[in-house]
Ligand binder design. Structure first.
Ligand code: FES
Ligand code: FES
Length: 202
């Protein structure tokens, strides 16, 4: 639950259930007059957020309806996270929130405040080296056009940490939310199995 919105009497679930326009009105009512912006009724509400992305705190002003995906790409310039369908169907926008994979196109930026977010840009940054999963994707030629690849890699890291990479069949099942129009699936599965073996032996 998003503590910031919750403290204002507004939940993300409620926003989604009620629809964006109704939710935007609810949010407007929940905000103090000083925080309530002067926008027309069809617009959302401006919020000041602090997002923890790849170990750095970022203060940014966002529309209350902005997705995490758009905040990452348009506000922070982190364009490694891709927009495919923008409807939760392709997995291209996958990032980790507190180590768990989420579809950033279905996540409100406001709901991510206070939760550590990792994008593809932050995955291997700690020692200036590629993450073992990134290296495995290269070693196994697991991409062609590469558009789905950041989402595949982030999802693969999540899949591994969830303990869902025990066999190629299990990997296929738990990576089924990540589509690849180039059909690199066999190589993706091979990369994940390889990364799993290497990460276990470290
Ligand atoms: S862009 Fe998010 S699932 Fe396709
Ligand atoms: S490598 Fe092209 S969509 Fe997956």
């Amino acid at each position: 639950m998003d503590g910031r919105l919750e403290s204002r009497g507004v939940s993300r679930r409620g926003m989604l259930q009620a629809g964006s326009s109704v939710a935007a009105c609810s949010l407007m009512e929940a905000l103090p007059a000083s925080a309530a912006p002067s926008k027309d009724a069809a617009s959302g509400t401006d919020l000041m957020l602090e997002l923890d992305v790849n170990g750095r705190a970022h203060k940014l002003a966002v529309d209350s309806r902005m997705t995490l995906l758009d905040a990452l790409r348009e506000k922070l310039g982190l364009t490694g996270t891709k927009k495919g369908c923008d409807h939760g169907q392709c997995g291209a926008c996958t990032v980790l929130m507190d180590g768990r994979r989420v579809l950033s196109c279905l996540t409100l930026a406001a709901s991510a405040e206070g939760i550590p977010i990792t994008t593809i840009e932050g995955l291997g940054a700690t020692e200036g080296r590629l993450h073992p999963m990134q290296q495995a994707f290269i070693d196994h030629d697991s991409f062609q056009c590469g558009y789905c690849t950041p989402g595949q890699i982030m999802s693969a890291v999540g899949c591994l940490s969830e303990g869902h990479a025990g066999s190629p069949a299990e990997v296929r099942e738990h990576m089924s939310g990540n589509l690849c129009r180039c059909g690199a699936y066999p190589n993706i599965v091979a990369a994940i199995m390889d990364a799993r073996a290497k990460m276990r032996s470290v």
